[in-house]
Design a protein around this ligand. Structure first.
Ligand SMILES: Nc1nc2c(ncn2[C@@H]2O[C@H](COP(=O)(O)OP(=O)(O)O)[C@@H](O)[C@H]2O)c(=O)[nH]1
Ligand SMILES: [Mg+2]
Length: 345
């Protein structure tokens, strides 16, 4: 049986580019739904003129909320899967067949675009942050995910239905990858082009990075807490996961994430101690880390290197302003944020 697939585009002030994206998308799917997220330009009109169905979200609430609305809308119309594509010409709709082909082979799994092979086309700071993000997101997802920040994806809606999504803005796409991966679904990758041009990003480098970091940290802490006292069993995602239970209450969630951010470093010292010395009483505790075969100390070191990296990046910036061509953070990141899953294939 073939799946019914449509394309979904979360859009915010994308009137200049949305028609081109929709036109290209119609070459490969017969229905396109755009969530216009309180745009102040004429995104809605432009998208509608290009033949898309429009969901109007009155006030801007971010990409995550728009995606959730689009998933629900597509499911209500009987679609089995959706292809999400950005509204700002950073993805080429002509690559949609790659996703469709992979979907035919792996109908129950997320197909994720990866731009990591196009290093020279990605701004250097962006590329480095992608390497760090994928290290920690992969850890939470229990599998290596090549490009955790790419929004060009194919989502089977049956898989989305298996998870409760509690985050918003740019965190939701990370939350989906973590939960799908942590449930044991393989995240499949297709290589796509990296298109960086004159686009302006809505991504706020401090607030949005902080929000993603806080979510990943809190998810990971719960995993380690649980695994520290259980024998030989990874704590993976399922309905009624502790993180969802906390995430459902925004007030508690905010405080919990702050608490996690403040305590992660001292707690990792405790976890390292438990990893080394409790494993005699609680046999094979920290099962997800033991399966990685790299030991907890390596992950401990990787996490503790983040503040060092911050200092190094600041020093590098100063040197570059002074006219030196410093690039030492690249090496630092490659060393401390590698693919831990490499040897296991
Ligand atoms: N609905 C909605 N979509 C958004 C919003 N911000 C970004 N997007 C979508 O997400 C895509 C990626 O966001 P962008 O700001 O370009 O981030 P970047 O490409 O990671 O720098 C955009 O092309 C839009 O399709 C928002 O506030 N609401
Ligand atoms: Mg963009």
């Amino acid at each position: 049986m073939t799946s019914r697939i449509c394309a979904v585009i979360p859009a915010y002030n994308a009137a200049d580019t949305i028609q081109q994206i929709i036109k290209g998308t119609f070459n490969h799917v017969s229905h396109v739904i755009v969530a216009d997220d309180g745009s102040t330009d004429n995104t809605s009109q432009a998208a509608s003129d290009a033949g898309a169905e429009i969901i109007s979200i009155g006030k801007n609430r971010g990409k995550g909320n728009a995606l959730k609305r689009l998933f629900q809308h597509a499911a209500n119309q009987g679609y089995d899967a959706v292809i999400s594509i950005d509204a700002d010409n950073q993805h080429d709709p002509e690559e949609i067949p790659l996703f469709l082909k992979a979907h035919r082979k792996y109908p129950d799994e997320i197909i994720l675009g990866s731009r990591m092979h196009e290093k020279e086309k990605i701004p250097r700071a962006r590329y480095n942050s992608m390497l760090i993000a994928r290290f920690f997101v992969s850890l939470a997802a229990n599998q290596f995910i090549e490009d955790t920040q790419c929004g060009f994806r194919l989502y089977p809606l049956s898989l989305i239905k298996k998870m409760t999504l509690t985050t918003d803005r740019y965190v939701t796409e990370t939350e989906i990858l973590i939960k799908a991966g942590d449930m044991g679904f393989k995240i499949r990758t297709v290589k796509i082009g990296a298109l960086y041009g004159a686009q302006t990003s809505h991504f706020r480098s401090v607030r949005d990075v902080d929000a993603i970091t806080a979510y990943v940290t809190s998810y990971q802490l719960i995993k380690w807490f649980k695994e520290s006292v259980t024998s030989d069993r990874p704590y993976t995602y399922s309905p009624n996961h502790i993180r969802d239970w906390i995430g459902k209450n925004k007030f508690i969630d905010g405080r919990f994430q702050t608490l996690c951010a403040l305590t992660i470093y001292p707690l990792m010292v405790l976890f390292l101690f438990e990893y080394l010395f409790f494993s005699r009483i609680i046999k094979n505790n920290f099962a997800s880390i033991r399966r990685l075969d790299c030991g907890f100390f390596k992950i401990f070191l990787n996490a503790y290197m983040l503040p060092v990296l911050l200092v190094a990046a600041t020093a590098e910036k100063v040197l570059n302003v002074m006219g030196f061509k410093a690039r030492f953070t690249d090496r630092f990141i490659q060393t401390f944020y590698p693919n831990l899953w490499n040897k296991k294939g």
